[in-house]
Write a protein that binds this ligand. Structure first.
Ligand SMILES: Cc1ncc(COP(=O)(O)O)c(C=O)c1O
Length: 374
C-alpha cells in the first residue's frame, strides 16, 4: 500500500556529528546570545573554507543580502541586475533598501544570470549585479566581473545554495566584492536559520559589522554613530555550524553519491533532462534538478503529483520572479523578455537529496519516474 511507504523528504539536516555536544557546550557555558567562542571559530573557519579574509555571521541568508546592499550603500532609485530564476529573497533584499531589481535572463550553460544579456538592462541608475549560484551551480563570475568593471558596478555572489562549490578551481564565496550564504534547514550546511557574508575588504567589513550590531561604534560601547540593525546570529547556532563544518567532507560525499545515483538511473529515461554543468564548474550537490521535456509524455506537474502520491516530496523550480505580483508591473513596464527563464522554470523540478536517504529510497524515486513515463 502506497500510504504505508515511508515519506521521503526533499531535504533534511544531517546532525550526526558534534552538533548536540557543541550546543550543550554552548548552553553550559551560558554564552547563548550573539557573543561566544563558537561565533568566532565559525567566522574564522568559514572564511578559510571560502578563501576570504573574513566571514560575518547573520540571522539568515535574506539578511545577509540586505546587509550586503546596505554595506554597498545601495539607495532608493538605484537599480540592481538580478536573475529572475532564483529564490525571492534575492529580489526582496533589493526592495528593502528602496532599490529596484531588474531581471536578466539565464545563461543556457549554467542556468545562472547570463553575462551576455547584462548590457541590454543597464541604465544610468544601475549600481550592481547579484549573481546567484543557482541550485549549487556557479555563475560565470569572470565574465560578470569583467562586465561590472567596465561599467563601474559592484558584484555580490548569492551563494545561499552553493556551499563549497568551485568556479575554475576557486571557491564560491571569494569571487566578488561580497558573497552571501544561507544556513536554512534545507541547505548543505545548516543551523536551522542562519546566514553569513564573506569578503576581503576590511573597510566594508567594519561597516557591515557596525550595521549588524545596531550601529554601535566599534571603539566606544553604547555610542551609536549610525542607524543600524540587529542582524546578529547566536553562539548556539554557530555551535551547530562548527559541527557541520567539521563534517563537511562526509556530508558532501553522501550527497554526491545520491547525485551520481540519480544521474546513472535517470540517464536513459526519455524526456528527463539534467542541470547543465559548465566545463569549469564544480557545483555543490544541493537539491537534484531535472527537467521534464515533451518526450517524457507527461507534464511536469503531473509527475510531481504522481510522486506526491508515492510519498516522495518534490519542488517545482522557482517561479520566475518577474512574473510574481511584487515585481511583474515594473518588469512589464521595462518590457523584460526572459524566454529561457520561463522555459526552464516551467519544466524544472527538484528531487530529494540529503544524507539520510538510502539507495532503496533512490530506487523508489527513480522507478516511480521511469514507470510513470509514456
Ligand atoms: C538563492 C537564495 N538566496 C537567498 C536565500 C535566503 O536565505 P534564507 O532563507 O536563509 O533567508 C535563499 C534560500 O533560502 C536562496 O535559495
Amino acid at each position: 500500500m502506497i500510504k504505508d511507504l515511508p515519506f521521503i523528504q526533499i531535504a533534511a539536516p544531517d546532525l550526526r556529528g558534534n552538533e548536540e555536544a557543541y550546543v550543550v557546550e554552548a548552553l553550559r557555558s551560558s554564552w547563548i546570545s550573539s557573543t561566544g567562542a563558537f561565533i568566532d571559530r565559525f567566522e574564522r573557519d568559514f572564511a578559510d573554507l571560502c578563501g576570504t579574509n573574513s566571514a560575518i555571521t547573520v540571522c539568515n541568508g535574506t539578511i545577509a543580502l540586505h546587509l550586503a546592499l546596505l554595506g554597498l550603500d545601495v539607495r532608493p532609485g538605484d537599480e540592481v541586475l538580478v536573475p529572475s530564476l532564483t529564490y525571492i529573497a534575492t529580489a526582496n533584499a533589493v526592495r528593502y533598501v528602496g532599490a529596484e531589481p531588474v531581471f536578466v535572463d539565464i545563461d543556457p550553460e549554467t542556468w545562472c544570470i547570463d553575462p551576455a544579456r547584462l548590457e541590454q538592462h543597464v541604465t544610468p541608475r544601475t549600481k550592481g549585479i547579484i549573481a546567484v549560484h543557482l541550485y549549487g551551480h556557479p555563475a560565470d563570475m569572470d565574465a560578470i566581473n569583467r562586465f561590472a568593471a567596465v561599467h563601474g558596478l559592484w558584484v555580490v555572489e548569492d551563494a545561499a545554495e552553493a556551499h563549497t562549490a568551485r568556479y575554475k578551481g576557486r571557491p564560491c564565496g571569494s569571487l566578488a566584492r561580497i558573497a552571501t550564504f544561507s544556513f536554512y534547514g534545507n541547505k548543505i550546511l545548516t543551523s536551522g536559520e542562519g546566514g553569513a557574508l564573506t569578503l576581503n575588504d576590511p573597510h566594508l567589513e567594519l561597516r557591515m559589522r557596525t550595521l549588524r550590531g545596531q550601529g554601535m561604534s566599534p571603539t566606544e560601547r553604547y555610542y551609536f554613530p549610525v542607524t543600524g540593525y540587529n542582524f546578529r546570529l547566536t553562539n548556539l547556532a554557530c555551535a551547530l555550524l562548527c559541527a557541520q563544518l567539521e563534517r563537511r567532507d562526509e556530508i558532501l560525499a553522501d550527497r554526491r553519491r545520491i547525485f551520481d545515483a540519480y544521474n546513472e538511473r535517470l540517464a536513459d529515461v526519455p524526456g528527463i533532462g539534467f542541470q547543465p554543468v559548465a566545463t569549469w564548474a564544480e557545483p555543490a550537490p544541493w537539491l537534484f534538478c531535472i527537467t521534464v521535456e515533451e518526450a517524457y509524455g507527461r507534464p511536469r506537474d503531473a509527475l510531481m503529483a504522481h510522486l506526491a502520491q508515492e510519498r516522495i516530496e518534490t519542488r517545482p523550480f522557482f517561479h520566475p520572479l518577474h512574473r510574481l505580483p511584487p515585481f511583474r508591473e515594473a518588469s512589464r513596464r521595462r518590457q523584460e523578455h526572459l524566454p529561457l527563464t520561463d522555459a526552464v522554470a516551467a519544466r524544472g523540478m527538484n528531487l530529494p537529496c540529503h544524507s539520510g536517504m538510502t539507495m532503496s529510497d533512490l530506487d523508489r524515486i527513480t522507478d516511480a519516474i521511469r514507470n510513470f513515463q509514456r
